[in-house]
Design a protein around this ligand. Structure first.
Ligand code: ADP
Ligand code: ZN
Length: 730
């Protein structure tokens, strides 16, 4: 019997590589033959590259010239459903297949049998002499404790050459060992007793369990106020999937992946799940990639790219905080992990749970129109009640220009401290001050490469560009008029708010939480745990503190600038502000003591601010939905952004204008083009960016039309054209 999924040695195979080519390449199957979906190493010019056997070869080459694949790698072949997922995701996002494959093969060293590698970790010895390079190696090893690395990883992470490490091996400062086989993950036990669920929670978890038992695709929106027990409920869904022998994935926004959360999961299932995030070492990633592929990792908790792991038997994906904008990847492949989750689940017959206290309008609308099921948890668990929300009208306070905490807010904070409770001050701005201004000539310091102001980060003593990350020293002298000593920070950032709080509350213990102020994710996690344990009276923070953390003794949240998100013309501004304010307020009163949220605003009568206070979420969504429907924008119409970029602004506009002129393929589907106009950030890293927006009705073949449209122009040299389906702002 011949197996249609097996290619004998020398048979013609079509291979998709991770190289940026727009087609499959033909090879002869390697020695021993290969399966459909196998990971193979193939020659490409002088190089060896990674590829996947995608099917039979096309055969439109001279068979004698077709090269032979080198070898099959030691990894399970890519499953049909994964190949289908990559193909459809590429089609949806208008991304080349090779780029999708790169997302799915992020585990470096794929295929090298682990037993053949040497691994490196901290040894017993001390170096005879400490150079800068050696110090970096020691610091890197100290940071990761007992983890080990390959030579290349360690060299890259420490920024040294491998000879530095080899030198340290000789002195046994670094220990060199044969790599063990990948360590399996401890079995999770879904039958361990769960918490006793409330009636609402039990009803929701029963519904989800029956969806999972049905073993087919479906999506449920799990809506519940913060603290209502959504996590408890979806962990029961995870238990149901594991009991059914299927794998589960819980996606979280990167920064919500906290020790606190992992501890809860571990308590529920008696062992640690696989953790997939940007801080994981290469060794750990490789291990997870392989264990997921072998079906041995039952549960993965991860950031968005965990969706591209090679699950064998995926039964459930939870997208927690599904409204979070960080699910949209804005560089490289532009995809929204929430939407790609639904695609993947529909291909492999898994159930999706989208959990949020403040769902995206898209998901809310999909529940309204019946595409998604919807479950609601309406009250907080136990004695906790929703916080009382009030505004503080800042027009009535005559605050000096270098103060941001109103007297009313200060008094409320004082009261909490006197009671031994915690208060939080929230501002959605990193750094010390958003603007550095010359008081002599009015010049504002901008980034040399971007169309953005430099933000003062006093903690690092530098000005930093939030677009490209470039930084420079804080100048004494104005770069424009040369005046000495006239440069001044204007406006508040989280660091400056910390400074003000130190003056206003001299006896309080203040913790400022901003990602910039901690050397590593680990240090930040430690600080968050210390705060939760009562190690601070006042917590000051950015968006980072709005998500996921549970500070049981926190009873007051003061929002310094509730108006911040309402500026600008983005149609999603109202939704974003509503979500953020409700999330931040939800940090208060999560245990026995009731909480209060105070919003400082200059426009208390703004409809969005009023909706936030009223807490009438359904009303807000309905009003928002009506406006979007009127405007024909998502979720009631479709949008795409086309960004043309390049170092030469005239060339960029030439291409964009040509596109705008030749819009026939779009008109053919009834779509309209707006622009070109400078993109929301008009220059990044020295590249000018111009945007066209496409608006179309629902149910049209938008991607195909865009592909036909953009193929009319030649984008050459330094120019780039990127298509962003479902852009975040419009
Ligand atoms: P959400 O995810 O909706 O914000 P959580 O699941 O984090 O809510 O629950 C909030 C708090 O209440 C957590 O500390 C959680 O452990 C606790 N909790 C929720 N439901 C229960 C329950 N049925 N039994 C015991 N504790 C619960
Ligand atoms: Zn910049």
């Amino acid at each position: 019997m011949s197996d249609p999924e097996f290619f004998h040695e020398g048979a013609l195979i079509g291979v998709l590589t991770t190289q940026p080519l727009d087609r499959m390449l033909d090879y002869k199957a390697p020695e021993g033959g290969c399966h459909l979906g196998a990971f193979v190493e193939v020659p490409l010019g002088p190089r060896k590259v990674l590829g996947v056997v995608w099917g039979a070869g096309q055969g439109n080459w001279d068979i004698n010239k077709v090269r032979r694949a080198y070898r099959v790698l030691d990894a399970a072949p890519m499953r049909l459903e994964m190949r289908e997922f990559l193909r459809r995701a590429a089609e949806y996002t208008l991304t080349p297949m090779s780029a999708m494959l790169r997302l799915a093969t992020r585990a470096p060293g794929l295929g090298d049998p682990p037993s053949m590698r040497k691994i490196y970790r901290r040894g017993e010895g001390e170096p005879d002499r400490v150079t800068d390079a050696r110090k970096r190696v020691l610091e890197t090893l100290a940071e990761y404790g007992d983890l080990s690395f390959t030579l290349k990883e360690l060299a890259e992470m420490a920024g040294v050459t491998s000879s530095v490490i080899k030198g340290l091996v000789k002195q046994n400062v670094v220990a060199e060992e044969d790599s063990p086989r990948d360590l399996p993950f401890a079995r999770l036990d879904p039958s361990r007793p769960s918490k006793t669920l409330t009636e609402d929670q039990a009803a929701a978890s029963t519904c989800l369990a029956s969806e999972i038992a049905a073993a087919r695709y479906g999506t449920t929106l799990l809506r519940g106020v913060t603290g209502s027990g959504k996590t408890e409920v979806y962990l029961e869904a995870v238990a149901a999937a594991l009991k059914a022998g299927r794998q589960a994935l819980v996606l979280l926004p990167e920064i919500a992946l906290t020790a606190e959360f992992l501890k809860r999961v571990e308590e529920r299932f008696g062992a640690r799940p696989a953790e997939w995030h940007s801080g994981a070492t290469m060794t750990e990633r490789r291990r997870i990639w392989r264990m997921v592929g072998q079906g041995q990792a039952q549960l993965v908790i991860g950031a968005r790219s965990a969706l591209f792991l090679p699950y064998q038997n995926l039964g459930l994906v939870v997208v927690d905080e599904e409204h979070d904008t960080s699910y949209k990847q804005e560089e490289g492949v532009l995809y929204n992990a929430r939407d790609m989750t639904v695609l993947r689940a529909s291909i492999c017959g898994a159930h999706v749970v989208l959990a949020s206290a403040t769902p995206s309008l898209e998901s809310w609308a999909n529940a309204e129109n019946g595409k998604y099921k919807r479950l609601d948890l309406t009250s907080r668990f136990g004695p906790a009640v929703m916080p009382t929300m009030k505004t503080i009208d800042m027009r009535l306070d005559k605050l000096p220009s270098d103060r941001w905490v109103s007297d009313r807010l200060k008094n409320e904070v004082d009261k909490r401290i006197a009671l031994g409770e915690q208060a939080m001050l929230f501002i959605n701005r990193r750094g010390y001050a958003p603007i550095t201004l010359c008081r002599a000539c009015g010049h504002q310091v901008g980034c040399d490469d971007c169309d953005a102001r430099m933000v003062e980060h006093r903690f690092q003593n530098r000005l930093v560009c939030h677009q490209c990350g470039e930084s420079k020293p804080i100048p004494d002298k104005c770069p424009s008029c040369d005046a000495e000593g006239r440069m001044a920070p204007v406006g508040p950032g989280v660091e400056r708010l910390g400074e003000e709080a130190a003056k206003l509350f001299p006896d309080a213990r203040i913790a400022t939480l901003s990602s910039d102020m901690y050397g590593s994710a680990r240090a930040l996690k430690a600080e968050i745990e210390a705060i939760a344990a009562g190690g601070a009276d006042i917590v000051i923070g950015t968006q980072l503190v709005a998500k996921g953390h549970n500070f049981p003794n926190l009873t007051l949240v003061g929002v310094i600038d509730a108006d911040l998100g309402l500026q600008g013309s983005d149609l999603r501004a109202a939704e974003r502000t509503f979500q953020l304010m409700r999330q931040v307020a939800g940090r208060a009163g999560r245990a026995e003591k009731p909480g209060t949220a105070l919003l400082q605003t200059y426009q208390p009568e703004h409809p969005v601010i009023r909706a936030i206070l009223a807490g009438d979420e359904e009303g807000f969504w309905r009003a928002e939905a009506a406006e979007r429907e009127q405007a024909g924008v998502p979720p009631y119409g479709r949008m795409a952004g086309i960004i043309v970029s390049g170092p030469d602004v005239a060339q960029v506009f030439d291409i964009a204008n040509e596109l705008a002129r030749r819009d026939q393929p779009l008109r053919a589907i009834g779509a309209q083009v707006y622009g070109p106009a400078p993109a929301p950030i008009a220059r990044v890293r020295g590249r000018h960016r111009v945007r066209l927006l496409v608006k179309a009705g629902k149910g049209v073949a938008l991607q195909a039309a865009i592909a036909r449209w953009t193929s009319q122009v030649q984008v050459k040299g330094d120019l780039r054209l990127a298509v962003d389906i479902d852009p975040q702002s419009f």
